[in-house]
Every structure is written in structure tokens, then in C-alpha cells.
Write a protein that binds this ligand. Sequence first.
Ligand code: NAD
Length: 474
Amino acid sequence: MNNYKLLINGHWTDGSSDVREQVIDPANESVIGEFLHASAEDIDAAVASAKEGLEEWKAVPQWKRGEILKRSADLLRARKSDIAAILTQEQGKPLAESEGEIERAADFLEWGGEEARRIAGRLIQGRTPGNRIEIRKMPVGVVAAFSPWNFPVVLTAKKLAGLLGAGCSCVLKPAEETPGSSIALVQALVDAGVPGKAINLLLGKPGDISSRLIEHPAVRKITFTGSSPVGKLLASKSGEYMKPVTMELGGHSPVIVAQDSDVESVARMLVAKKFFNAGQVCVSPTRYFVHESVYERFVATFTAAAAELNVGDGRQAGTQMGPLANIRRLDAMQALVDDACHRGAKVEVGGKRLGDKGFFFAPTVLTNVHPDSELMKTEIFGPVVPITPYRTDEEVIALSNSVDYGLAAYVFTHDPTRQQFFKDNIYAGTIGVNDVPAHFAEVPLGGWGDSGYGVEGGIEALDAYIKTQYVSQC
Ligand code: NAD
């Protein structure tokens, strides 16, 4: 039984409230550990520590900061199998997916370390003799960072790589469902040489922690990955205090399969991409629009491949899809499927929970889905696929852009004119053309519209944590 700790002032410590929370293995519903919630005093102590940690960390020369971040990437890689076991136990994903996530997290830390070395201001000659103008790039300060349970290692690593690379300190609140793997990531950073006070980690009631952190005068920036409703809540509260935010929020990504695509191979490839992490992926391909001339063939191949997926405990060899991460997702999937069926949808495969132990939901394909169905408007975040036929390129663009999200979109066509038309007209921060790309460290990824603002990764990775200062000296 794990006893998860908070990191405050460089020490791993129990939360000082009297509220205890259990962590559940989603594959069998057993209790794998517990922790005590952070109290208001713990939150304030974490901010005070981050304030001191900021002074210590920003004084470390950026070349050395880069070295430390790169060392943490090496440590993460060396600990890959141990951390993957923790991640699979608490989140449910197959072990191979956990290992892949840890490798990607290490890449982000390494990339953040490399970019840390390239922060540079500039000198400008003033308009009067002797006037020297200095443009300085400074860390924004203490950051409040909130990361979710679907990718608790890599999504946390993206934030830490950016903010630590820029010389900031933080109070991190990882998801309560998956504390063990986020703690292991933080431990690798501390072991690599990040001062303990520069990273503080809290667990507890998300709303209580975020409110107190956003209000705290020492906190200068908020970064959040999670649902759009919670993102809007945090962004509006941050606005009251004029604090900048980075928001990586939900998506409802359209998939367009045109008449000239390789229908069967595209369908099989999309099954692998869609059911990755049991569909709990912000950029998951979720709303399927298939040209009417190839619709039947696509549905038949996709449904057959989905039905063959091996769903089970992520620790077992051969498992292709694990359980959902928590009971809320199971209930949400059933509610979305039931609502679509009440409006006339046909279940081609799946449509219900598998077994009665563990949060398993069958890979599900729905056709004849009414556009007013809840799942055509709300982020699905699970293994449910609605497939709809379309007639013209103009019609499918309107369907694709009919939600407020703008995270990702995927188009399958070999016609260069059609590819260009889709690229020019789809509202999304990421577009895959004959591809469903993963987010790698070298790529800036961010959502438009309700999917958030700001990017993580790429040569822009540190920008969100740097402020610009103009000094004029005579
Ligand atoms: P949720 O919206 O309650 O929580 C999502 C995440 O936000 C969790 O990590 C939670 O700890 C955190 N959170 C919730 N309220 C918060 C608050 N007031 N302050 C700070 N953090 C807060 O929903 P859930 O049931 O945990 O997850 C379901 C939904 O979350 C999905 O439908 C999906 O849209 C979204 N989600 C998105 C991502 C992503 O990568 N964009 C990741 C996880 C969950």
C-alpha cells in the first residue's frame, strides 16, 4: 500500500489536513495507496518554498540548468520500467504505452534543457550618444501547474521542462488519480539537481488548491491541462488577478475520410490511434466523417478491427486497450451511448461496460448518429466512435467546424487540391494529412477556441514562462 507524500520545502511530507483519499487500480478496483490532502497551510507553505526556490534556481546559469534538465531525462530513461509499472497500475494503460510515455517525457525534459541554453536578450544602440538599451528575458516567477491523469508523466514533464528551463519555480498539482507516476517524475528532477524548493507538489481537493494558488500574490502564472469547463473556470479566475495562463484543454477532433483515400488501411490505422489510451487523449480522432461512396467499406473494416481489440489488464502481455482511468469515465461513456441510441443511433459493436470488476468499456462504434446527440458536441474522452457519411468537401468542412473546440483534425485524401482546401479551412491547432501524429518535444502544440491558448513544446516551449524587460541606461 503506497503512502503518497507532498513535496514542500524540499521534504516529502504528509498533507496536514484530516481528509484522506484513496488511489484505485482501475483494472481491478483494489486500493493501491492513499494520501492526506494538503491543507490551506500546506498550500501557503508550498508557495513560500517556491518563492525561495525561485531565487535559488534562477541564479543557476542557464547552461547548468540545461545540464540538470538533461540529466533528469537520463534518470527517467534509466527508471523507465519501474515508473511504467507504477503508471500502468494507477492509470490502466498497457505497459508498452506507459514505457512510450516515459520516453516521450524524457524527450521533453531534454528539449527543455537544450532550449534553456538558448535564452538570449539583446542590446540596442540608443537614440542619444551613450544610451544603451537592454532587452532582457526573465523568468515569470512562481508558476502554479495543474496536470491531468490521462498522461500523468508526459503532460507534467511538458510543463516542468518549459517552466524550469525558463528559470521559474513551481507548485505542481498533479491528478489525484495518478500521483505515483507524477511523483516519480518529480523525484528524477530533484535527483538530477533541481533544488527541492523549486518544485513543490500538492495533492488534495483540486478546486481548493487552484483557488488559493491563483489568489496568492506570489504566484505569477497558471498552466493547466484538462477539460475545457475547468480551464475556463481557472482562466476567468486568473483574469481577476491579471495572471497569464497557458491552457491545454479538450478537443473533439474531426476525421475526414475522402473518396480517394486507401479506405481499408486508413480504417485499420485509425482503430489503433483511436483506442490508444482507451480514447482518453485530448487530440484523439473522435468525430468520423466518411464520404458516402466509401462509407459502407469504412464502417465494416473499422468495426471488424475494433471488435478484435484485446481489452484487458494493462500488465498482461497482448493487451491492446486497458480500462478507463476512473469510474466517472465509465458512467460518462454509458450516458453518451444511451443518449445517442435514444436519438436513433445503431451500435455496430460494443456499447457497454465489459465485466463488473474494473472500469472496462467495450470499443464502441455507432452509426446513424443524430447530429444533436450529446457525443457529437461534447468531448468523448473514451473508446466510443460515431461515424457519419458526407457528400461534399464544403459540407464536411462545415461539419468539422461545427463545435467550439479547435484542437486537432485529421484528413485522409491523396488529392493535393483537396488537401490544400482542408488545410486552409479547418479550424484546429494541429492537422494530420494522411497521419495521426503524436506530440513530440520538437513540435509546438496548442488548441484554438475552447481548446485553450498557448502552446507546449517546440522552440516556443519556454516562451510561456519568460517575460520581456526593457532597460534604458544612460
Ligand atoms: P474534470 O474536468 O473534473 O477534471 C479534469 C482534470 O482537471 C483533473 O486532473 C482534475 O484534477 C482537474 N481539476 C478539476 N477541477 C479542478 C479545479 N477546480 N482546479 C484545478 N484542477 C481541477 O474531469 P474528469 O472527470 O477528471 O475528466 C474528464 C474530462 O476531463 C474529460 O471529459 C476531458 O475533457 C478532460 N480531460 C482532458 C485532458 C486533456 O489532456 N486535455 C486530460 C484529462 C481530462
